[in-house]
Design a protein around this ligand. Sequence first.
Ligand code: ADP
Ligand code: MG
Length: 282
Amino acid sequence: MTTAILDVRNVSKVFSRRRSTADDSGVRALDDVSFTLDQGGSTAIVGESGSGKSTLARIICGLETATVGQVLFQGAPRGAGRGRAARRQEARQIQMVFQDPYSSLDPRQSGHSCLDETLRVHTDRSARERRDIVAGLGEQVGLGEKELQATPRRLSGGQRQRLAIARALAVEPSVLILDEAVSALDVSVQAQILNLLVDLRRARGLSYLFVSHDLAVVRQISEHVIVMRKGAIVESGRTDDVLSNPKAPYTRLLRDSVPRRGWQPRRSSRPADPTDPLGRPQ
Ligand SMILES: Nc1ncnc2c1ncn2[C@@H]1O[C@H](COP(=O)(O)OP(=O)(O)O)[C@@H](O)[C@H]1O
Ligand SMILES: [Mg+2]
């Protein structure tokens, strides 16, 4: 039996409007959202812009608090850890990678120094151990010594995203949340990063929450999918089932409006069917 690493229970989120407004009903970004993520699993959250995907990701990561409901990590409520060390340990477990790593990377700091600092803050490793770990992380995400010495502005978009992934991995998380993490990249670079994620999941036993509006990408990387609309889950299940045979009209609409894509994971050697909107193998 697989155990849930994340258990999201009846989470709602209302953002209050500006105080000056008479209407205090607020924006209901999430409405009673529940789902579980299996240990080592890979679940995608899809839906149009404004459907609440990022808000849900941020609540799970601890960057935002739920108005109602709770998130359990390995069976215990998030934020229940007592003491600073316990809370720090808890915060490490779920890491997030954003669409634009440039805004979360210090433009004056080299990749090497960024990763070293992350290790210094979150672990008790010695300088020598950190140097070895940084080199190992670089190797894992495909950044060489030269790239690690460069500042983010000298890196390509794909390299910056590799650095952001390396930084997330540096603290050895159990769950990686990727919020539109490949959406801004060229298709070929996107394919490289997706392959990297597939490899990392296998090598590290990571669990993924993959937020995306791109169903072709979702089909390749996620075993399960959650379809969100206006803050609520309209449909969920195994990715193949949901996307091949959508029950909800909204899922059908999403599926039929995706651009054609041809990315193929390593496990499939067949070319994509150019007539298939999801880029499925022929
Ligand atoms: N900090 C915030 N304050 C007020 N409203 C917000 C805030 N963050 C998100 N929202 C609103 O919540 C809804 C869901 O947004 P978001 O989670 O970013 O959706 P998605 O990631 O699916 O595009 C939107 O209506 C958005 O305007
Ligand atoms: Mg978003």
